[in-house]
Design a protein around this ligand. Structure first.
Ligand code: NAP
Ligand code: MN
Length: 268
């Protein structure tokens, strides 16, 4: 990776994050780095101070930057976040010595096409959620790689990346997927199973080269697409294609990082 000495710190503006930012900026400046508030082509590393929500905000605000990111946890859970405010000295030392690896996380892309052929794209690091308005159920024709699979009825469907499998997906009863697995996990949200409607009740796992097709039964109804918590409403949706995207997010990981150990300490 390109070493320019320029580091961008992104924070949510809570008191603890601001304090951590100031402390970290001082230490980095002493170590010879140039610390900036904005991201540019010169930036060699983004440090994100906050929780997972802040991490996701940084990724979206900076439009899925290709330079590495590292999170300092001052939030609630901090699943993406690698370091604590107390371990900044060892972080700066390990970083300077190049003692780290890069974890590449895949993203999920939803392409929405309306009845007039207009297209909009939404990228998610955690997931894409497709649901109806308020508390109405939705009826969605689901296909895999162009092959019709089911008519889903329920609250909606969630398509998670492996990195997002521990977020909303997990709360819905989806599986935890090791982020080294490049796949999509399609998890039903409150699927209806009656003599009137039949839907799969478990998650479906798709390999990276297969896409999911979603066609709303009633095109005129409002459909909401949410990528990592960012919601957009559509009427007139003809179809939605959901697939693994070429864009990835690169995280800095240090020697003590282990995904399953993180799952254990954060969830159990
Ligand atoms: P939020 O409502 O504050 O997030 C809910 C929780 O999910 C927070 O504790 C957050 O951690 C955690 N989280 C986010 N990404 C995670 C990941 N990859 N693995 C494990 N936990 C993760 O909203 P937010 O902070 O802006 O995060 C947006 C995400 O919230 C969405 O992408 C969605 O996955 C998730 N969400 C979950 C539910 C649910 O579980 N019922 C409902 C809606 C949305 P921090 O405390 O560190 O921020
Ligand atoms: Mn949050």
């Amino acid at each position: 990776m390109k070493k320019t000495g320029s580091i961008n710190i992104f924070t949510n503006h809570t008191e603890i994050s601001e304090k951590t930012r100031a402390h970290l900026a001082g230490k980095l400046t002493d170590a010879g780095y140039k610390v900036t508030d904005s991201f540019s082509h010169e930036t060699e590393l983004i440090i994100c101070v906050g929780g997972d929500g802040t991490f996701l905000e940084a990724v979206h605000t900076l439009d899925f930057p290709q330079c590495p990111i590292i999170g300092v946890n001052t939030g609630h859970l901090g699943f993406f976040q690698e370091i604590s405010p107390e371990s900044m000295d060892s972080f700066i030392s390990d970083y300077g010595k190049g003692e780290y690896s890069i974890q590449t996380l895949n993203t999920v892309l939803a392409t929405v096409t309306d009845r007039h052929g207009r297209q909009s794209r939404h990228l998610g690091l955690n997931e894409i959620v497709i649901k109806g308005r308020h508390s109405y159920s939705v009826h969605l024709y689901i296909s895999i790689d162009g092959v019709p699979i089911e008519k889903f009825s329920g609250d909606g469907i969630l398509v998670a990346t492996s990195a997002g499998s521990t977020a909303y997906n997990y709360s819905l009863g989806g599986s935890i997927a090791d982020p080294r697995l490049k796949l999509l996990q399609v998890t039903p949200m409150a699927p209806m199973n009656t003599t009137a409607y039949r839907s799969f009740t478990s998650s479906i796992l798709l390999p990276a080269d297969l896409s999911l097709g979603v066609v709303p039964e009633h095109q005129e109804n409002c459909i909401f697409i949410t990528n990592d918590g960012i919601e957009t409403g559509y009427t007139d949706v003809k179809d939605i294609k959901v697939e693994v995207s070429d864009t990835s997010v690169r995280l800095l990981r240090f020697k003590n990082y282990d995904f399953w150990n993180k799952v254990k300490t954060k969830f159990l």
